[in-house]
Design a binder for this molecule. Structure first.
Ligand code: 13P
Length: 280
């Protein structure tokens, strides 16, 4: 973050700080959360390329037992990557899903179709899908409930644009997204959701949020969940996404409310992604 942006971006941080304090109180009684690092390959890698990646990646992650490692390849590589990771701890998830089991939805993929392959979960609400494919919070609420009903892992993305941050709207944007997206989640399943805080200005830009900014937003997310259910808030995993790299992963993941990462560009390289997983 450039120096001159700092004062604007700190605007509205008083309530974020108080959210941080509340989250700190939650943590005193919190169970240990298992870190999660997910690779979002976006529209990258053919089956052959995915195979080359996994050969190198699986060879070097052997002892990473304390971290959930999830790889989200394009749909076309799901079956092959599931087969390739069968005897490894790596989980394979999709990058999107439709909320209906079947129907006249040309080009869409349903949860039963993913479950049949052995897919472990799905990213939903990525800002690229919200922006380029007009994905609405209402649709996301249905997707989230449908994934949980099928016992799949949802990785819900939320985050603000640069203009929203500069305008002091980060908190209200996150709260609006969370309230709408979590609306249909039954209380008993709330703790199973993974929430990825992905500030849009940090995605693919090389401009990572500072650990303080990422922590503040993650604490706010946890505090908002706590308003509904304190136990779920202590259990829910909040991960950070946006220009995560081997060089900055450890200091981000070190923060008390950041339970891992959702990694784009750096997850395409097996050595970089192993290094990021180790940082968690
Ligand atoms: P980058 O890591 O390339 O910034 O992408 C982040 C992201 O969008 C993960 O979902």
């Amino acid at each position: 973050m450039p120096e001159d942006k700092a004062p604007q971006q700190r605007r509205g941080s008083a309530s974020l700080r108080s959210a941080s304090r509340e989250a700190a109180q939650e943590r005193r009684s919190a169970p240990q959360r298992r870190p999660l690092v997910a690779a979002n390959w976006k529209m990258h890698k053919t089956i052959a390329e995915a195979d080359q990646f996994l050969e190198r990646f699986i060879g070097s992650i052997g002892e990473l037992e304390a971290v959930d490692v999830v790889i989200c390849p394009p749909y076309t590589a799901l079956a092959a990557t599931i087969e390739r990771t069968r005897r490894s701890p790596v989980l394979i998830a999709a990058q999107n899903v439709h909320e209906s089991d079947s129907g006249a939805f040309t080009g869409e993929i349903s949860i039963p179709m993913l479950s049949e392959l052995g897919v472990a979960g799905a990213i939903i609400g990525h800002s690229e899908r919200r922006q380029h494919f007009a994905e609405s919070d209402q649709a996301l609420a249905r997707k989230l409930a449908a994934l949980l009903a099928a016992d799949l892992l949802p990785i819900l993305c939320v985050g603000e644009t640069e203009a929203q941050r500069d305008g002091g709207e980060t908190e209200s944007v996150l709260i609006t997204q969370l309230d709408a997206d979590l609306a249909e989640v039954p209380g008993a399943k709330l703790g199973q959701v993974v929430i990825a805080y992905e500030p849009i200005w940090a995605i693919g830009t090389g401009r990572t949020a500072t650990p303080e900014q990422a922590q503040e937003a993650s604490a706010l997310i946890r505090a908002r969940v706590a308003e509904r259910d304190r136990e779920a808030a202590a259990a829910i995993r909040v991960v950070y996404g946006g220009s995560v790299k081997p060089e900055n992963a450890a200091e981000l993941f070190d923060r008390p409310d950041i339970d891992g990462g959702l990694v784009g560009g750096a997850s395409l390289d097996p050595e970089d992604f192993v290094a990021i997983c180790r940082a968690a």
